[in-house]
Design a binder for this molecule. Sequence first.
Ligand code: NAP
Length: 250
Amino acid sequence: MTEIRTTVQFDFTGRRALVTGAGKGIGREIAAFLASCGAQVVAVSRSADDLAELARDHSCIPVVADLEEAGAARDAARSAGPIDLLVNNAGISILQPFLEVTPDAFDRTMAVNVRAALIVSQEVARGLIGRGVPGAIVNVSSQASTVGLPDHAAYCASKGALDQLTRVMATELGPHGIRVNAVNPTVTLTPMGRMAWGDPAKSGPMLARIPLGHFAQPLDIAQTVAYLLSDAAGMIHGTTLPVDGGFLAT
Ligand code: NAP
């Protein structure tokens, strides 16, 4: 079947967005897409070369930081200036069988996938509340928050935690006019997606569980994030939205 795709556009003119993990994959696509919709984008990531390319191609403002370190995460958020729209996208996945999960891998995963989102959101939310303006936050979670995937113990735990963090943030920040949601993608064809699912012996059974019959592209996630950040989603708050081709419906 020939797939016909339309790229949706939103108008974020005059809004300043912060995207973490913007150097590669989904985060890069989100940063580029928000910039194409008129947002001024502050792009936070670990590798300076990736950010230099993004700054050149999409006029993003680069902030190099390792969000695994709590102080660096806070400094990065503070250095970004006043932010209206936040996307907590940075994430890592360290594949280990459950019996071999190391404390170091578990702690690193939680530090990047959960704690950095907490810290960066605190700083952005404090700024929004201080300025008395509304805002929107999207946390990039995963379908792994609701199903147990082999070799993904730390990752699944971190994404379950991120979903819960999203709900608590929605509960506490909603009264300040700050909407908070999560998106929960299925396997997406990025460097991380290829690392975890590049082996056909793994990707075949996973694909068979997706009724639409294909993995996600980064643009699928970027457009969903943009929708949740936009005024079109003005009454959507505290959700964890699957972008999974129907994986969770089966
Ligand atoms: P990716 O291809 O590995 O890209 C991740 C980006 O985040 C990279 O630019 C990376 O920078 C940056 N990053 C990682 N750790 C960081 C840290 N400590 N500090 C600052 N930046 C950091 O991953 P992706 O597939 O685009 O995934 C993005 C998000 O989507 C993650 O939260 C992931 O869990 C989620 N997700 C992915 C999939 C999938 O199948 N791909 C499915 C569901 C959910 P460096 O390369 O310089 O380290």
